[in-house]
Write a protein that binds this ligand. Structure first.
Ligand SMILES: Nc1ncnc2c1ncn2[C@@H]1O[C@H](COP(=O)(O)OP(=O)(O)OP(=O)(O)O)[C@@H](O)[C@H]1O
Ligand SMILES: CC(C)(CO)[C@@H](O)C(=O)NCCC(=O)O
Length: 666
């Protein structure tokens, strides 16, 4: 089946490739699915060609300067990829979606905006490319280049995973009951790292594909119990009407009111076969009882529906992975959009049932891979690897080598340099960057010219290394603008003594979020209502948001209450509120606004932590933990492994500084 699809697509490609190497603008890719239609648009930076300028301006007027279209279309601004080099042009990738049931409205709108004058053909995938082909032709005069949905999905997935270091992530300690599981990037940026893997696409239904090489894949299974089933059943059982409402209900609900657990049947664990008492024995099993039915609230029903479908998909995926001899499963599809709960459940289920041998991976652009893959079909696929270079040249930075933190992506300026001001905005007090030379492993300084950090010439991309901040010897220093980091970035006014509130960083903000939105948001959060003293969005020199900002509360109780939550849904993004790195983790004695006790705690924490460089790809957190506990008899509190091509490293935190000290020199 798969090989038939492949050869058809290849034939189409071959017939195009002779005459169609660099397509005319505009460049769109479309995925018309059973529930949602996804559109990826590459907006080039303007150059001098008059005709191009007109086209780009026309599309900007309707598409990229708006975030909502009609009543149902939306642009996912948080997924936008600026600074992308595509087919030799630099520009921005935009991600847009609308329900497929609104296709008729979309066609009317496209007709109204004269889309036909801009392009007479669109690359389209998904079942709808077949279903709506004649509508596009007859009502719009546009033809669709129909492409196979699974091939496009894989092309989009491999393309992003290989080129964008922060695209793939996993949960190191998946726990369905904890909403603060941290996402760790998982590097698939080398071709050899990618294969094999199992792709499990959770759309309306579920397709499961074993992928062993760039064009070596087959659809091994599928299930009709997918994202469409979740939404359909939730609407039926709870009366909700949207996916967002269904997820919000599920997050509040208790599925144990609906499901029958092993302990409901056994009174405890079913020990012989290792079934813990708290496992679901029978989804919706309690609902045969009149009393339980009366007790179950809509949110409990939504949660039980979500748990039932997610676990079922996880179980099928795990079986497929085992029978295919594959140990990595990449979950994709819009069912996982803004659905942390399912991400946690899948990660936990794969880990638990495979006893840690199968890893669940996820991607940031989970729902747009097919549309991106179809955009890539614009040119001869044999030249794809050379022609398409998404240079997502973001700079992955952690505060310092001993911090063991997840790297944060800071965007360089349009000339490719990184200004000290941008660096200091995210890492107050940072004066420069260091990185480990991929060849020699030695620590080198990033060149600094006229207040801007320049990409080291030995690295093709910033993202080919992880960078550590350098601070002045006294720890938190004056930032590059001469301000001490205890100043409000907005007003320059001092925060006062150590009891006063900190400037907190808000990461992952929607790019269209303004200061007033940030204020309005926190003013409506219970526990911190009306206590925001300052809000600031960090912008580049064009005034475009960098996707993060700072807030300060007027009193300590509000600050603590705000920090207790950590993740906030601001607009359509899950944002993280925290004390900036430098204040949390610097190995300094002189954090000017931390109490002596806090400094001691920090120092102790850091001296318990050991950096291990040059670890192999295969060395897992578990192996490291076992080595230190069983072989050396040390008590390990935490292991963090950062996997990067040629330079994986780990931080191990021990129960005491004495234990860590024993390792020095070994
Ligand atoms: N705004 C939304 N409206 C409807 N469904 C949504 C929305 N956001 C997420 N979803 C979930 O995503 C699912 C659709 O995912 P996706 O877009 O990947 O699949 P599709 O392409 O429409 O379906 P298929 O690939 O099976 O044809 C829905 O069934 C629902 O569970
Ligand atoms: C039919 C598709 C491929 C459409 O995307 C998808 O919805 C799916 O894989 N459904 C599951 C079909 C099955 O294998 O039972």
């Amino acid at each position: 089946m798969a090989s038939r699809q492949l050869s058809e697509t290849k034939l189409r490609r071959r017939s195009m490739s002779t005459s169609y190497r660099l397509p005319p603008l505009p460049w769109f890719g479309m995925d018309i699915g059973g529930t949602l239609t996804k559109l990826v648009y590459f907006e080039p930076s303007l150059d001098n060609a008059e005709e191009e300028r007109e086209k780009v301006a026309h599309i900007r007027k309707y598409l990229t300067s708006n975030v909502a279209y009609g009543t149902t279309g939306l642009r996912d601004v948080y997924l936008e990829m600026p600074n992308v080099s595509f087919l030799g042009r630099s520009g921005t990738l935009h991600f847009i979606r609308f329900p497929t049931c609104s296709m008729s409205i979309f066609i009317d709108m496209a007709k109204d905006k004269n889309l036909k004058d801009l392009a007479d053909m669109i690359c389209a995938t998904g079942g709808g490319a077949y279903k709506f082909e004649s509508d596009f032709q007859s009502r719009l005069g546009m033809s669709l280049l129909k492409l196979d949905e699974l091939e496009c999905l894989l092309n989009g997935l491999i393309f992003l995973a290989e080129r964008h270091p922060l695209e793939c992530y996993y949960l190191p300690e998946p726990d369905p009951s904890r909403s603060d599981c941290v996402r760790q990037p998982y590097s698939l940026t080398r071709q050899s790292d990618c294969y094999p893997f199992l792709a499990v696409n959770i759309g309306s239904g579920v397709s499961i594909i074993a992928v062993r090489g760039p064009r070596d894949w087959n659809r091994v299974s599928g299930t009709s119990l997918g994202g469409g089933t979740f939404l359909g059943l939730c609407c039926l059982l709870t009366g909700c009407e949207t996916f967002e409402d269904a997820i919000a209900l599920a997050e509040r609900g208790d599925s144990n009111k609906v499901d029958k657990l092993v302990m409901d049947i056994y009174g405890g664990d079913y020990e012989l076969f290792g079934l813990r008492g708290d496992l679901v024995a029978s989804s919706f099993g309690h609902m045969m009882s009149v009393d339980k039915r009366a007790e179950a609230k809509p949110e409990d029903l939504a949660r039980a529906t979500l748990v039932m479908l997610t676990n079922n998909i996880g179980s099928i995926a795990r079986m497929c992975a085992s029978t295919q001899g594959i140990d990595r499963v990449i979950f994709t599809g819009n069912f996982l959009r803004c659905n942390e709960l399912s991400v946690r459940l899948l990660a936990h289920a794969m880990d638990y049932w495979s006893r840690g041998s199968i890893k669940a991976l996820f991607v940031q652009h989970e729902g747009y891979l097919g549309a991106l893959g179809s955009l890539m079909e614009l040119v001869d696929p044999d030249s794809i690897n050379n022609a398409y270079s998404i240079i997502m040249d973001c700079v992955p930075i952690i505060a310092n080598q001993s911090a063991g933190e997840l790297a944060h992506e800071v965007q360089p300026e349009s000339d490719g340099s990184l200004s000290l001001v941008s660096l200091a905005a995210e890492f107050p007090g940072a004066l420069g960057l260091q990185y480990r030379c991929p060849q020699t492993g030695s620590l080198l300084a990033v060149p600094l010219v006229d207040g801007s950090l320049r990409r080291p010439s030995e690295l093709a991309r910033w993202s080919d290394a992880v960078y550590f901040c350098t601070f002045s010897p006294s720890g938190i220093a004056a930032d590059s603008s001469g301000n001490d980091s205890n100043h409000c970035p907005e007003t320059g006014e001092r925060n006062g003594n150590s009891k006063d509130c900190e400037d907190l960083i808000v990461l992952g903000l929607p790019y269209d979020c303004q200061e007033q939105d940030l204020r309005a948001y926190f003013d409506s959060v219970s526990g911190v209502k009306d206590s925001l003293a300052m809000a600031q969005i960090k912008r580049d020199w064009t005034g475009t948001s960098r996707g993060f900002g700072f807030v300060r509360f007027s009193d300590m109780a509000s600050q603590e209450s705000a920090l207790a939550t950590r993740f906030y849904q601001i607009g359509r993004r899950c944002c993280e509120l925290k004390i900036p790195y430098s204040r949390q983790q610097l190995p300094v004695a002189a954090d000017s606004h931390g109490s002596e006790q806090q400094q001691q705690q920090q120092q102790q924490m850091l001296s318990r932590r050991v950096f291990i460089g040059g670890i192999t790809d295969k060395l897992s957190e578990q192996t490291l933990t076992e080595y230190f506990t069983k072989e050396l008899g040390l008590e390990v509190s935490e292991v963090f492994v950062s996997r990067r091509p040629d330079r994986s490293f780990a931080f191990v935190t021990f129960a005491s500084a004495e234990m860590a000290a024993q390792l020095i020199g070994r």
